[in-house]
Design a protein. Structure first.
Length: 176
């Protein structure tokens, strides 16, 4: 894994009150600083095969300029992602509400799994690599039973709405 900076290719000011566009660095820097140690709740939204939406909490971390999350292979969200990787992930950060959109794909390479297990451990989750998945003595009930698959979101678009000064609302587009 490389430590690259995924910069937007275009932006759009969504603010209706005259505030300037928010820089992508505002949201990204909070993700870097607060995951995995802050108490953040991430929700992934997927699409069921019949087109109905599904949303569930996930254990997510921002590492090397990408969002990663876990899910058991038998969960609705994992089955939805296997059929259609398009999804969004929402989180309330310090000073900005953020929605990340893109495609989530399973990660199975040992180097990335080892790196992410180390990050999850710094946040207090005692995860371990087991083959091409993660295990631990516990996880959130919404993750399903172990082992848990690791997913990486390929970022296509993000929308941020500032909840603290300076206010504003911005759309960032990425090439992914």
């Amino acid at each position: 894994m490389t430590d690259t900076v995924n910069e937007p290719t275009s932006t759009g000011n969504l603010d209706r009150y005259g505030s300037a566009e928010l820089p992508w660095s505002r949201a990204r820097d909070v993700l870097v600083a607060d995951t995995p140690t802050a108490d953040l709740t991430f929700f992934v939204a997927t699409t069921r095969p019949d087109g109905r939406p599904h949303s569930a909490g996930v254990g997510a971390v921002w590492v090397d300029d990408a969002l990663y999350f876990t899910s058991g292979p038998g969960t609705r969200k994992a089955r939805n992602l296997a059929a259609n990787p398009a999804c969004s992930v929402s989180v309330r950060l310090r000073g900005v509400d953020l929605v990340l959109e893109g495609d989530a794909h399973r990660v199975t390479d040992a180097t990335t799994l080892d790196r992410l297990v180390a990050v999850y451990r710094t946040g207090g989750w005692p995860a371990e690599v087991d083959g091409d998945a993660l295990t631990a003595p516990y996880s959130a009930p919404s993750a399903g039973p172990a082992p848990w698959h690791l997913y990486r979101l390929t970022l296509r678009r993000a929308v941020g709405v500032a909840t603290a000064e300076p206010h504003g609302a911005t759309r960032w587009d990425f090439t992914g």
